[in-house]
Ligand binder design. Structure first.
Ligand SMILES: [Zn+2]
Length: 135
């Protein structure tokens, strides 16, 4: 499978967000016209907990409108697993359909303990890992 390439600065921004939100999960989007021009959009976790997240649907609408105006799309959806592996939970896989933008899911795992960052496509509850490369 074609690897996803993201700049190291973007990776570091996501890790920083995950550390700030610790011990709760954080969530956000990577938006851009393409992967050469990405930015991190931190989203509010409306259900803050160490084991789940929920994006604010109103905030999501505002962000989508802004992205459309800028000619951007969602390049990836990220969230953290503060103390567990960077692998989609059963809930992540089940609820992925709500965010079916065809974008990969990036998970930052074991946030305090040299974080691991992995990427997955989740389609109809089916999880496929995709290699993640930093530039
Ligand atoms: Zn998760």
């Amino acid at each position: 499978m074609e690897p996803i390439q993201i700049p190291e600065s973007i990776l570091n921004e996501m890790i920083e967000h995950a550390l700030e939100g610790y011990p709760n999960e954080v969530c956000g989007l990577i938006a851009g016209r393409d992967l050469n021009d990405p930015r991190v959009l931190r989203m509010t976790n409306t259900d803050p907990s160490p084991v789940s997240y929920r994006m604010d649907p109103r905030e999501q609408l505002i962000v989508e409108k802004e992205m459309r105006k800028n000619g951007e799309r969602i390049l990836a959806i990220y969230h953290s697993h503060p103390d567990s592996e960077a692998f989609p939970s059963a809930k992540d896989a089940r609820e992925a359909y709500q965010w079916n933008w065809g974008a990969p899911y990036i998970i930052i795992g074991k946030v305090k303990d040299s974080p691991s960052v992995r990427a997955f496509y989740i389609e109809e509850g089916h999880v496929t890992e995709v290699p993640l490369e930093t530039l």
